[in-house]
Structure formats: C-alpha cells, structure tokens
Write a protein that binds this ligand. Sequence first.
Ligand code: FO1
Length: 323
Amino acid sequence: MSRKRGGVVALSGGIGGAKLALGLYRILPRGDLIVVANTGDDFTHLGLEISPDLDTLLYTLAGLDNPKTGWGRAAETWSFMAALEGLGGETWFRLGDRDLAIHVERTRRLHAGESLCAVTAHFCRRLGISARLLPMSDDPVRTRLLTAEGWLDFQDYFVRREAQPAVREIVYCGAAKARPQPQFLDALSDPDLRAVVVCPSNPFLSIDPILALPGVRDAIREARAPVVAVSPIVGKRALKGPTAKLLAELGFEVSARAVARHYAGLVSHFVADESDADGAFGLDLPVTFGPTVMTTIGDREALARLVLAVAEACPVPRHGGGR
Ligand code: FO1
C-alpha cells in the first residue's frame, strides 16, 4: 500500500546536511519539504545575531552558496573585513560584504521582536525558496564544548580554534527549556508524513542539539513515517568538519557503524556509503549501502531519491511509534 504523498521533514546542520537538503528540495514537489535547522551554532558577534546553519541552508537552497567554503555567499567581496581589520576589530570570523546583509537584517528584525522562524520565512520568500526552512526552536540554544582548554563556545572552538582542542564533553545550553518550533512538531504529527530524514551532518554538533529539545525524540518516535539517517562518515573519515575527530575524542569507533549505533532506537533505517559495505553493522537497524558522496547536483538528487526509496520500502510504523 503506497503511502499518501505527504511531506518530508529533514533535520540538518550546515554544509554536509545542506547538500542532501538541496537534493530533496530539487526532487520533491514544491512545498513538500520542511528543513529543520540546528541553531546551536548561533552566536552574537560584533553585535550581530548570527545563525550559520540557517544561512548555509538559505544560501544553498537559493543557489547562492559558496561551493569552496560551504558557508557564506558565492562571488563574495571582503571590503568590510579589510576595513574592520584596519580598525583593530575582530576578523577571525569572516563576514563577507554580501553575507553581512543577512546578519544585519536578521539582527534588526529580531531586535524589533520578530521570531527567528518569522525572520527565516521572510528570507525564504525574498530568496525564492519554496521549501519551509525552520529553526529547530525560536528560543536560544548554544552548543558549548569542554576541551583541554576549558569550556569553549561553539564558534570559538569550530572557527577560532579550528576544531583543534580535544573535546571531552558537549552540552547544549538552553535546550532543556527551549520549545521545539511548533511547525516542526506539527509536521512530525502529520498522519500523511512521508519520511523524516536525518541529513549527513555532524551527529553531535548538528543533529543532537535538535534531538535534545524537549519532546522531539518522542515526536520522531511517534511519527507515522519512517526515519532515515544518512551517514556523515564515509570509509572511516568525515568528508567535512570534525565528525571523525569528535567520534574518536568522545570514545566512539570512527565508523559509519558508530553513527548508526548513535541513532539506533530513533531511526528506522540507516544509509551508509558503499565503501563501508564490508563492515557488518551487527545492529538490528536495517542498513542500505549506496553512493553518499555528493560532489555534483546529480549526486545530491540521487542520494535524495535513494533515501526516499528506502523510506517508501519501510513498513508503515505502528501508531504509537516504538521503532
Ligand atoms: N567557518 C569558518 O571556518 N571560518 C569562518 O570564518 C566562517 C565564517 C562564517 C560566516 C557566516 C556563516 O554563516 C558561517 C561561517 N562559517 C565560518 C561557518 C560556520 O562556522 C559553520 O558553518 C557552522 O557553524 C558549522 O556548521
């Protein structure tokens, strides 16, 4: 019995997740995709409210992203940074001249009382994005990491220290009191929901902050749709960012299997790269092996199709969840 064509909810952080989000966006009917973005990386810098994963997703879905860095805008110029440098300002977090506009406008709107969700919806309209892009919460959540250099705020760790310090513990300050974005929970409770997709983002830095919000894990378990996660680890290494390094520092095996184990109990199916097909996962979690490296737009669409085909083939979860 083929499931009614409901929507798809994708959980994503920045760079790696945004690639699959774009693949889903391009193959799904207009309006069928809801992307829920991690906001644990957000911070206030130079008086600006910065939401890196929301911005990477906005730029990627709008086709404005910088393919070299994965963050910020394409065809960027750096006059603001050069002038700031001249004044002795902080330039470790690079803000391009065009990128600066989204931070200034987001800050103005937030300070005028708009919610992060409303600001993001405005930017989607202005950038012609027909997917619904939601912050995981309108309340502040901040990822902090305990390292050999003590506690570091996320961007201090990730950018200023280039993710070098060894990490012992990660916390998501504010998550326990933050309310999941209501449209996110509504989408999960939609009886026609087609799939929940956990994009290949860093499990600890991008996906776990979303799962740490009160009620989100239960809402995903209760969802009437399969939950398919895609491995961010390919052949024992992360394609981008510190996922492999963090797995090792936090005591996990550096493998796609370790990520599958991390999501076990929450997801109904795991998609790993064909280069990891040798390792028996030994989990009671079904695993599909396929090409997960997304170099071209075609790769992004192909992986999106694979994920939706896997979801389609999953048995419809019994009501009352319990994967
Ligand atoms: N990442 C860097 O490694 N260096 C930067 O200077 C930098 C600036 C930056 C500006 C705006 C923005 O939205 C993202 C930016 N990022 C930068 C990436 C950002 O730190 C990461 O994308 C996420 O926080 C992790 O996914």
